[in-house]
Design a protein around this ligand. Structure first.
Ligand code: NAD
Length: 499
């Protein structure tokens, strides 16, 4: 086991600034109204830095800078932009550990995950979109002997990006890499719970980008996010967050007829067919590992498999093994490499999860394991920790229908394929789903019939850059990742030419 030194202590890989201002036009700029807010680490609840509290004035300044930078950036060659994205990726790779520690300290997630997944995925996004933009081609159609239709890709100009707190650096880079590759300038607002990680990342790579191409305005949703999403000066709003906030973003953007990409909430089903149990131990083991994915990132994942549907034939055996497996998830200090579940990202989020633990009990669901807050002494005292929890109940309960966004899974049995599909689709959401079976016929049918943008078959929670990700139903509009993402950040120009 390795324990990374906490920021502010001897040997720390990350040293935060005491204050983070907005980053506008290539420099740090204090907030127009001079206000800051405290940023606590979920590891111990202690404030470790202060953050500029952005308002509409700050957003306007950032938009000025972005508009000044956008034309020249949009005219750079795709080769030049790709080179810059690749250099960003190289810089991040050389600083994998500090970035991983920064993300863990501010979000509370285990460093083993940020080292193995969050930061490597973020790096790969820059490389992927560097490659994709160079491979993108326009088109030419011959209309008749004299006339040709050309299609060109053009950047949108200045785009707004608003992100959540559950993967601070990864969410920023998921949005920035395709927008920059496509030639846009960006004003990005990080979540108020986790802005410092984005600044740690930015400080590392800022010199690689022309001033004004990436601008960061910190602050709260209603004060900084709303003016950004409502501005007639942005060509598009890309948002990741709650479904309720997504509705507001659509309203704001509709005032100016601006396109939106919305990556919203989920209540993903994870379906285990009987043959999982009947098969060899290795496959069964993999499926049990897939079940425990509800606790990955403390359950603060939009695609958290928060509803487990288990076929009745082996329901009891599977569930016993799943409970035992869940009880082997090691909680503890997020900066220990052995820790498998760390702290919830904020006190508000902890309170929300605890309230759902009460709701589940009041609804008559049975707690099979967990169900309590974890309160540590010593250096983790004051942090936001909760046990991985398994509820058994039925799909009409609130704990099966509402997004808890914590390490809580609600389990229910099903009879057959049709029953599984009925339960799986009985939700407002449609983001992710898991299907576990060796019968590829069943897997294919289920995969095509579940109303979700991403269905994992015999795996869960993989996010390769080249696989499209996004929601059906109230889980969102549009897709992220995959080369199709470039289209979401570009206009198509048609030139119809008669010679
Ligand atoms: P949130 O909606 O509360 O906040 C997200 C961002 O929106 C923050 O930056 C916040 O400041 C801003 N915001 C809030 N109100 C706003 C307003 N009125 N105008 C403009 N901006 C506003 O979400 P959260 O709690 O930070 O994140 C958790 C949610 O994000 C969950 O629902 C989760 O499922 C979802 N999520 C979805 C995906 C996905 O890809 N589909 C990925 C990660 C998280």
């Amino acid at each position: 086991m390795t324990r990374y030194a906490a920021p502010g202590t001897e040997g720390a890989l990350v040293s935060y600034k005491p204050r983070y201002d907005h980053y506008i036009g290539g420099e740090y700029v204090p907030p127009a109204r001079g206000q800051y807010f405290e940023n606590p680490s979920p590891v111990n609840g202690q404030t470790f830095t202060e953050i500029a509290r952005g308002t509409a004035e700050d957003v306007e300044r950032a938009l000025d800078a972005a508009h000044a930078a956008a034309p020249a950036w949009g005219r750079t060659s795709t080769t030049e932009r790709a080179q810059i994205l690749n250099k960003i990726a190289d810089r991040m790779e050389a600083n994998l550990e500090p970035l991983a520690v920064a993300e863990s300290w501010e979000n509370g997630k285990p460093v083993r995950e940020t080292l193995a997944a969050d930061i490597p995925l973020a790096i790969d996004h820059f490389r992927y979109f560097a490659g994709v933009v160079r491979a993108q081609e326009g088109s030419l159609s011959e209309i008749d002997d004299d006339t040709v239709a050309y299609h060109f890709h053009e950047p949108l100009g200045v785009v707004a990006q608003i992100i959540p707190w559950n993967f601070p650096i990864l969410m920023a880079t998921w949005k920035l890499a395709p927008a920059l590759a496509a030639g846009n300038a960006v004003v990005l607002k990080p979540a108020e719970q986790t802005p410092a990680s984005v600044h740690v990342w930015l400080d590392l790579v800022a010199d690689l980008l022309p001033p004004g191409v990436v601008n960061i305005v910190n602050g709260f949703g209603a004060e900084a996010g709303k003016p950004l999403a409502s501005s007639p000066r942005v060509a598009k709003v890309a948002f990741t967050g709650e479904t309720t906030t997504g509705r507001l973003i659509m309203q704001y953007a509709s005032e100016n007829i601006k396109p939106v990409t919305l990556e919203l909430g989920g209540k993903s089903p994870n379906i285990f067919f009987d043959d999982v149990w009947a098969r060899d131990d290795a496959f069964r083991d993999k499926a049990l590992e897939g079940f425990t994915m509800f606790a990955l990132n403390q359950g603060e994942v939009c695609t958290c498999p928060s509803r487990a549907l288990i076929q009745r034939g082996h329901y009891a055996e599977f569930l016993d093994a799943a409970v035992a497996r869940t009880e082997r998830i090691v909680p503890g200090h997020p900066l220990d490499t052995d820790t498998m579940i760390g702290a919830q990202a904020s006190n508000d989020q902890l309170e929300k999860i605890l309230s759902y633990l009460d709701i589940g009990r009041q609804e008559g669901a049975k707690v099979l394991t967990g169900g309590q807050r974890i309160e540590y002494d010593g250096e983790l005292a004051g942090g936001y920790y909760v046990q991985p929890t398994i509820f058994e109940g039925d799909n009409r309960m609130r704990i099966f229908q509402e997004e808890i966004f914590g390490p809580v899974v609600s389990v229910t049995p099903f009879d057959d394929y049709d029953d599984a599909l009925k339960i799986a689709n009985d939700t407002l959401y449609g983001l992710g789903a898991g299907v576990w079976t060796r019968d590829m016929n069943t897997a294919y049918r289920a995969g095509r019939s579940i109303q979700a943008g991403r269905v994992w078959v015999n795996n869960y929670h993989a996010y390769p850059a080249h696989a499209a990700f996004g929601g059906y139903k109230q889980s969102g509009i549009g897709r992220e990742n995959h080369r199709m993402m470039l289209d979401h950040y570009q206009q198509t120009k048609n030139l119809l030419v008669s010679y």
